[in-house]
Ligand binder design. Structure first.
Ligand code: LMR
Length: 391
């Protein structure tokens, strides 16, 4: 049997982790996978998470199974953090292994409910989106998203392509901090996107993996909240990997908003999908998130640290844009300061990306996506000089 297997294409982001690890140079710079790092290169356990873990260790009495949908308190806390109040009647939800688990379960739910639906993704998007959609044998289409020349959203192209969405098609939207580009629609553009998609009868699927990394915890939820309030049916796949820094705990949620009369059946289908794929979702990370969100002091401590992380990335963005201005003697890269989230797509060719890796030990994804958090005050000018050298 196993002799029938063919090699699978490697995930480009994960491949880069291995290449970086195997590079013996001590001054190498890792701008690959989307993991937050502090100025010393460490991905720290957040203080509120450590504190919750200590309490959990002292007070946890059992490790018996949770519910199939996860602990109700976690789901309620997450729905509240993402959407605010007022969704209890409409929101079915399941805890999932990370944001990827939520995306996978969302697509499986769509396949159950509407196997013929086309799923529209932004061009470009996180590579695992099309990979999972194709793996599930679903129909896929792309809408224009990024204008490489300006480094901004290609809004005219996006709206034109949204005009081709058929009723019942699913449109995958990045709720904030677009991955890989870092370019995001303005509030006015979101309003227009919602109006067009509503007129087309689309079903939005929002991927919210970076809430709190862009303009702030509440601000980053604004587009998702607008979508939730505007459509009869919305799917939201959210991750706690980045904003709680609990990557390996695999903590995510899928929320399905629909008519209140359909909530019980939708919930039953979400539970069924969890049971088929992995039974009970992991609980450790979800428990920590719940403890933090249910305790005012822990919530305040967590929000303060998340804000430090966000502001640190904004400072790095500004200094990189400034250094690139100096190094290239142009405003070509000014968009880096305007982008939000962990990533910016620099608009370099694959050959230039390869040269940066080979000649300067700078690792970025082949499409020239950089993880801003991989930088620090010392490496910002090094990167700017290296980029100027390959232009
Ligand atoms: C990324 O885009 O780098 C992150 O979402 C991590 C991943 O799993 O790819």
């Amino acid at each position: 049997m196993l002799e029938n297997l063919n090699p699978q294409p490697q995930d480009k982001i994960l491949q880069l982790i291995a290449m970086y690890r195997d590079d013996p140079r001590t001054d190498k710079i890792d701008l690959g996978v989307g993991v937050y790092k502090d100025a010393t290169g460490l991905t720290p356990v957040m203080r509120a998470v450590k504190s919750a873990e200590k309490t959990l260790w002292e007070t946890e009495k059992t490790k018996t199974y949770t519910g199939l949908a996860g602990e109700p308190a976690y789901n309620a806390a997450m729905v509240g953090m993402i959407l605010g109040a007022g969704y209890a009647d409409r929101a079915a939800s399941v805890a999932t292994p990370g944001g990827t688990g939520a995306i996978r379960q969302a697509l499986e739910l769509i396949k159950l409910a509407s196997p013929q639906a086309t799923v529209w993704i932004s061009n470009p998007t996180w590579p695992n989106h099309p990979s999972i959609i194709k793996y599930l044998g679903m129909k896929l289409a792309e809408y224009r998203y990024f204008d490489a020349a300006s480094g901004e959203v290609d809004f005219a192209g996006l709206i034109e392509d949204f005009g081709k969405v058929a009723p019942g098609d699913v449109v995958l939207l990045h709720g904030c901090c677009h991955n890989p580009t870092g370019a995001n629609p303005t509030a006015a553009q979101w309003a227009e996107m919602v109006a067009v998609l509503k007129a087309r009868g689309a079903v939005p699927l929002v991927d919210l993996a970076y809430q709190g990394f862009g303009d702030g915890l509440e601000e980053d939820a604004a587009a998702t909240r607008l979508v939730a309030a505007s459509f009869p049916e919305v799917l939201i796949a959210a991750s706690c990997s980045k904003n709680f820094g609990i990557y390996r705990e695999r903590t995510g949620i899928l929320i399905a908003l629909g008519d209140a009369s359909r909530k019980a059946v939708t919930q039953g289908n979400l539970n069924f999908l969890n049971r088929q794929n992995y039974s009970f979702p992991p609980d450790h990370g979800a428990r920590l998130v719940t403890m933090i969100l249910e305790d005012a002091a822990l919530t305040a401590a967590w929000k303060a640290e998340l804000e430090e992380v966000r502001l640190n990335m904004l400072t790095l963005r500004q200094s990189l844009a400034d250094e690139l201005r100096r190094a290239t003697n142009s405003d070509r890269f000014d968009f880096v300061a305007r982008h939000r989230g962990m990533f910016s797509r620099l608009g370099l060719t694959e050959a230039q990306v390869n040269r940066l890796r080979e000649e300067a030990g700078v690792y970025m994804v082949g499409d020239s996506r950089i993880n801003i958090a991989g930088l620090n005050a010392k490496t910002v000018p090094v990167l700017a000089a290296a980029i100027a050298a390959v232009l």
